[in-house]
Design a protein around this ligand. Structure first.
Ligand SMILES: *[C@@H]1O[C@H](CO)[C@@H](O)[C@H](O)[C@H]1NC(C)=O
Ligand SMILES: *[C@@H]1O[C@H](CO)[C@@H](O)[C@H](O)[C@H]1NC(C)=O
Ligand SMILES: *[C@@H]1O[C@H](CO)[C@@H](O)[C@H](O)[C@H]1NC(C)=O
Ligand SMILES: *[C@@H]1O[C@H](CO)[C@@H](O)[C@H](O)[C@H]1NC(C)=O
Ligand SMILES: *[C@@H]1O[C@H](CO)[C@@H](O)[C@H](O)[C@H]1NC(C)=O
Ligand SMILES: *[C@@H]1O[C@H](CO)[C@@H](O)[C@H](O)[C@H]1NC(C)=O
Length: 354
């Protein structure tokens, strides 16, 4: 009789499977743990930094694989710069007082802002509509009076664009030729002395400003010009000996004190220094143009006889600039931004930051 049989059990052909499953499960658990640890196994460390760099909202590669909450990424808070406070640019030259901010709205109206949301946005399109020089005597500090009977206070009015995503303008003022703290020993003080190699144009700006404080015209004077009616010559309000009443005629007659040329030179140098400090390159500039700088720095060697005394140091330049192709390149002006510190977070694992 024909029988048909077959075994109802048979050897499982994949003997290695349970080991693979076991080891695989362990490896998978380990991998997930590692990814998870890489994603979240750190603390957020808080620091103040002047550098807003690529670390801001930078995802780790593991965070790109497994999307996690955006709140766990490092960020830098933007700064809120209020009106009426003083700032420097990253070149740490002149001090700027912020007079106001306004934003140009799409409908053409301007919205005045109480403060500016700022994160190292470049300063652009600056204009200086006015440079005001005040010849003053007794209303200066004792240290200034000790240096000279008369001095000039200089004030630059600047309007700049800060492109922080919106079209925001800022009005700045900057001043003072001879600081009230002149007894600290410098004829013109920037927050930090510009480096002669990195910030060459600003270094010359500081030198020329201190040179121009040597105007002989800062001897006691009886002249006082107060107002400039629109489109007309300045009115002379105090003018002995029936001299002419306009600046051009006074200058032509060489009537003392003949401060017009010096004031003009000073204003041009001040203008150039402000523009260099603000990183503006599209206007003619004495401190970034070799030929102009050569002409304007001619008198720098006599500075030690006129500005300097035993306790007052002028400069830093001691010899005139001589234009040449190599040095002229170094006078180039680099962009500027307002110098501020930002509260930032970064990932920290023990003592390692990433
Ligand atoms: C940015 O990341 C680099 C390493 O990628 C680190 O050295 C640096 O300290 C970080 N900067 C900040 C402000 O955390
Ligand atoms: C708004 O601000 C811009 C830029 O400073 C200026 O040119 C314009 O005249 C202002 N508009 C008004 C209506 O004040
Ligand atoms: C800023 O200046 C640049 C170059 O001069 C010009 O192209 C741009 O239109 C100006 N921006 C504004 C908002 O005036
Ligand atoms: C900004 O300054 C300019 C010139 O100094 C002035 O004409 C303008 O009115 C100022 N803008 C505001 C909003 O105060
Ligand atoms: C240099 O000094 C001379 C003599 O004091 C003066 O006439 C001339 O204007 C000065 N030049 C500059 C650029 O200040
Ligand atoms: C000024 O400098 C010149 C040249 O370096 C030097 O001959 C002169 O003595 C100096 N004058 C003073 C007051 O230091």
């Amino acid at each position: 009789m024909f029988t048909f049989s077959y075994p109802i059990t048979r050897d499982y052909p994949f003997r290695w499977f349970k080991w693979v499953a076991l080891v695989g499960a362990i490896l998978l658990t380990a991998l997930v743990s590692i990814l998870n640890f890489a994603n979240n196994g750190y603390t957020m460390d808080i620091l103040y930094t002047t550098e807003l760099n690529e670390n801001v909202s930078r995802r780790l590669w593991t965070q790109k694989m497994i999307r996690t909450d955006d709140k766990t990424f490092p960020t830098c808070n933007s700064q809120n710069l209020p009106v009426n406070t003083q700032y420097y640019t990253n070149k740490l030259g002149l001090a700027y007082n912020i007079a106001n901010f306004w934003q140009v709205l799409p409908n053409g109206k301007n919205l005045t802002l109480p403060s500016l949301k700022y994160s190292n946005n470049l300063i652009e399109n600056c204009t200086i509509p006015l440079i005001q020089l005040d010849f003053t005597s007794f209303d200066r500090s004792a240290a200034q009076l000790g240096w000279r009977g008369w001095g000039i206070g200089a004030m630059g009015f600047v309007t700049c664009l800060v492109n922080n995503g919106q079209q925001t303008y800022v009005n700045l003022t900057t001043n003072d030729l001879i600081p009230p703290t002149i007894d600290t020993g410098a004829a013109f003080q920037f927050l930090q002395a510009p480096d002669s190699q990195d910030l060459t144009s600003l270094w010359w700006g500081e030198s020329l400003l201190s040179d121009l404080t040597s105007l002989e015209s800062f001897s006691p004077t009886e002249w006082h010009y107060v107002s400039t009616p629109c489109g007309k010559s300045p009115i002379c309000c105090l003018n002995p000996a029936n001299n002419p009443h306009n600046i051009g005629a006074l200058h032509a007659q060489k009537v003392k004190p003949d401060v017009w040329i010096e004031s003009d030179s000073f204003a041009k140098v001040f203008y150039s220094t402000i523009m260099a400090d603000l990183g503006q390159v599209y206007t003619p500039n004495i401190v970034s143009n070799g030929a102009l700088l050569t002409a304007f720095s001619k008198n720098i060697t006599v500075m030690n006889n006129t500005v300097e005394s035993n306790w007052l140091k002028a400069g830093p330049a001691r010899v005139p600039y001589i234009s040449n192709a190599d040095d002229d390149k170094k006078l180039a002006i680099t962009p500027s931004y307002i110098y501020a510190q930002y509260l930032s977070s970064r990932r920290a694992l023990c003592c390692y930051y990433f």
